[in-house]
Design a protein around this ligand. Structure first.
Ligand SMILES: NC(=O)C1=CN([C@@H]2O[C@H](COP(=O)(O)OP(=O)(O)OC[C@H]3O[C@@H](n4cnc5c(N)ncnc54)[C@H](OP(=O)(O)O)[C@@H]3O)[C@@H](O)[C@H]2O)C=CC1
Ligand SMILES: Nc1nc(=O)c2c([nH]1)NC[C@@H]1CN(c3ccc(C(=O)N[C@@H](CCC(=O)O)C(=O)O)cc3)C=[N+]21
Length: 303
């Protein structure tokens, strides 16, 4: 079989960012307002610092105001809640993202529930989760990683998702569950697999579409992939790469890429697949949030 088509997440993300930049320029012209994104980082997890810097840079590049709040790892929960409340009440802030995971002494769901749903650009608030699962996606803010994954699927497969067997491996609130909701809404036949799933290889073998969000490097093997299937690898795993030099790391996905590429019809790489899309969709959500807060009409959805 010929090798799979490689889905270029970097290129699609660049086109989404261009579209959002031009829409933001339009908003600035018409209303004199820039979308405002506030990112809250508690603690000094190096991977989180990289993502947060990336979000900050991309927001600036799209013509947004970006405000970064970096708090000490030992910050009391009450102080984090107070910051969220301040951002909720700041009319220049249209989107709030609290980087996860939070330190253990902070109740994650308490923080997420406090974010105003209309500023919840991660789409993690129960109001947005509810809108997504009841099929009112167009009134919700949809989690960025699943939204970005769906954009890649639609750009790859066109309007042919209906009726396809989709298997989502992973059931987190951030990726697996919202991904399953989106695919169900697209009329896929959706299976959600997790650590208690029996015969996972056979479950995956039935899939026309595989979304891997497990957090286990290269767990999904090539011979699990149905010939011609589309594979979206959400996993971001930092593993030691002594071949690059002492103490060096590299990023790899949850799918054994070199094997899967020989079976799949199309596959996302890591890096350069879903990751850049996540950040692009965060910009899209922030612009959507800003327009809604200003009472402006919805623009054409990106997916
Ligand atoms: N590209 C991007 O933008 C993003 C990438 N990620 C990456 O995606 C991956 C998943 O993230 P996230 O959803 O937050 O992770 P979580 O750890 O929250 O969830 C992992 C899921 O995988 C399941 N799982 C674990 N081991 C197995 C196994 N052996 N077989 C089958 N299922 C298993 C777990 O099952 P159970 O529920 O039973 O424990 C769980 O549902 C990570 O690599 C993360 O870094 C995450 C967010 C954004
Ligand atoms: N509240 C919250 N929202 C999130 O969306 C969120 C979060 N917390 N916590 C952590 C995860 C992870 N995540 C990524 C974003 C971008 C890349 C990304 O840009 N990846 C690049 C590579 C980046 C690199 O080189 O490190 C790529 O895959 O090509 C990866 C992962 C968002 N997350």
């Amino acid at each position: 079989m010929t090798d799979a088509r490689i889905i270029d997440g970097k290129a699609v993300a660049a086109s989404v960012r261009d579209e959002i930049s031009s829409r933001a320029a339009g908003l600035l012209d018409a209303q004199g307002i820039r979308p405002g994104l506030a990112v809250v980082l508690v603690g000094e997890d190096p991977a989180s610092q990289v993502y947060v810097r990336n979000k900050d840079r991309t927001a600036e590049a799209c013509g947004f105001n970006s405000i970064k709040h970096t708090l000490d790892a030992a910050t009391p929960e009450a102080d984090v809640l107070a910051l969220v409340e301040t951002l909720n009440n700041d009319p220049a802030v249209h989107g709030i993202l609290v980087q996860l995971p939070l330190p253990k002494h902070i109740d994650e769901s308490k923080v997420l529930r406090l974010i105003k749903p209309e500023k919840d650009v991660d789409g993690f608030h129960p109001v947005n989760v509810g809108l997504l699962t009841t099929g009112e996606r167009d009134h919700a803010l949809v989690p960025c990683t699943p939204a970005g994954s769906l954009v890649l699927l639609k750009r790859t497969l066109g309007d042919t998702l209906s009726g396809q067997n989709a298997v989502v491996v992973g059931r987190s609130n951030i990726v697996g569950k919202p991904m399953a909701s989106l695919l169900l809404q697209e009329s896929c036949t959706v299976t959600v697999a997790h650590s208690r799933t029996r015969d996972l290889p056979d479950v995956v073998r039935a899939a026309d579409i595989v979304v891997a969000a497990v957090g286990r490097p290269e767990m999904i093997r090539g011979d699990w992939i149905k010939p011609g299937a589309t594979v979206i690898d959400v996993g971001i795993n930092r593993v030691p790469a002594p071949d690059l030099g002492e103490g060096k790391n590299r990023l790899i996905g949850d799918v054994a890429f070199d094997e899967a590429v020989q079976h799949a019809g199309a596959i996302t790489p890591v890096p350069g697949g879903v990751g850049p899309m996540t950040i692009a969709m965060l910009m899209a959500n922030t612009l959507t949030a800003a327009r809604r807060q200003l009472g402006l009409p919805e623009e054409t959805p990106l997916f």
